[in-house]
Write a protein that binds this ligand. Structure first.
Ligand SMILES: Nc1nc2c(c(=O)[nH]1)N[C@H]1C(S)=C(S)[C@@H](COP(=O)(O)O)O[C@H]1N2
Ligand SMILES: [Mo]
Length: 318
């Protein structure tokens, strides 16, 4: 118990959990079995962890040949505009109450439902860990061990009707808690969308945790999307609604600035942002590397875009 009784944000700078410590702690917890599971619950975050099953077992199919980003960087350098436009919103996000958390699944489905996030997670079955790259459209990147479920499981649970072509996802709207939402020029709530085929792709993931623990609020508790072949803004946080529809959703950033943020938003080194190049990326924690097509996931996702895209590379993004 002792190793987890300090909140991560109370850990002095020079003690920040490095990669190796995370892995060792994780191995220790997995060996500890049930004791480890008990240890993870509610120890680190001020809110009760809404789901059990931590730490999840790593799926060896989804690993990355890059060092993991430090847990400290990943949890203190975040984009969550609901709490402000700076990267340093992790304290402000503590105000969000994530248990209970009502999730609505509706639209063109056989089984619409309103369900608490914890119950939804139970229905989706065993949790797994996957290490994925993350590439923000702002040209920085990181590598994160997520805990969660393939999004395809939620699609199966809802059972979309044949005419449903898109999955639209929405974040909460509560300006009293999330002061960024008082900025009325933004089209709140945050919305994102995928085609149903993208949502069924093996990589599309619903995360409820990272680094072996429940998601901290600033990373999108209790439930967020992770689509690693697309720019980070597609990976919508703190989801409250999944709507199956036959209309292409207009995403939050696309709505604000369609020339800068496309619906498809597939990572591509050849399609520059109108204000900067996308050919390289700054790695959180140090260094810079070349950006890869589909963020390195071409083998898993290129079939999705085969019919759609010919010579125009911009169509990968817009
Ligand atoms: N609801 C919501 N989801 C969001 C965002 C946001 O501002 N609000 N930012 C996006 C962006 S731009 C990125 S890069 C990732 C960042 O995820 P992380 O902060 O967990 O690293 O979340 C995405 N999901
Ligand atoms: Mo981003």
């Amino acid at each position: 118990m002792l190793i987890r009784n300090r909140k991560s944000w109370e850990v002095p700078e020079n003690e920040a959990t490095p990669h190796s410590t995370y892995l060792n702690r994780r191995a220790l917890l997995q060996n500890a079995g049930l004791a480890g599971i008990g240890l993870m619950m509610g120890s680190r975050h001020s809110i009760a962890a809404p789901v059990s099953g931590f730490p999840p077992v790593r799926n060896p199919k989804y690993i990355v040949q890059r060092p993991l980003t430090s847990e400290k960087d990943a949890t203190t350098y975040t984009n969550f505009y609901e709490f402000g436009s700076s990267k340093n919103i992790w304290q402000k996000a503590k105000k969000l109450q994530t248990d209970p958390w009502l999730v609505t699944i509706d639209g063109l489905v056989d089984y619409p439902m309103e369900i608490d996030a914890a119950d939804l997670v139970k229905k989706l079955g065993g949790m797994e860990e996957r290490v994925y790259r993350h590439r923000c459209v702002e040209a920085w990147s990181m590598t994160i061990p997520w805990g969660g479920f393939p999004l395809s499981k939620l699609v199966k649970l809802a059972s979309p009707k044949p005419e449903a072509r898109y999955l639209r996802m929405e974040t909460f709207f509560n300006p009293d808690i999330a002061s960024g939402q008082k900025q009325s020029w933004y089209p709140w709530p945050y919305v994102e969308g995928l085609t149903i085929d993208e949502a069924k792709n093996e990589l599309a993931f619903l995360a409820v945790g990272l680094y072996g623990e429940a998601l901290p609020n600033q990373n999108g508790a209790p439930l967020r999307l992770v689509v690693p072949w697309k720019y980070g803004f597609k990976s919508i946080k703190s989801i409250t609604r999944f709507t199956f529809t036959n209309e292409q959703p207009v995403s939050f950033w696309e709505n604000l600035s369609p020339k800068e943020y496309g619906f498809w938003a597939n990572v591509s080194p050849w399609v520059p942002h109108p204000r900067w190049s996308q050919s390289r990326e700054r790695v959180l924690g140090g260094g810079s590397v070349e950006t890869q097509l589909y963020n390195g996931y071409e083998a898993e996702v290129s079939y999705l875009y085969k019919n759609r895209y010919t010579d125009d590379k911009r169509a990968l993004f817009y």
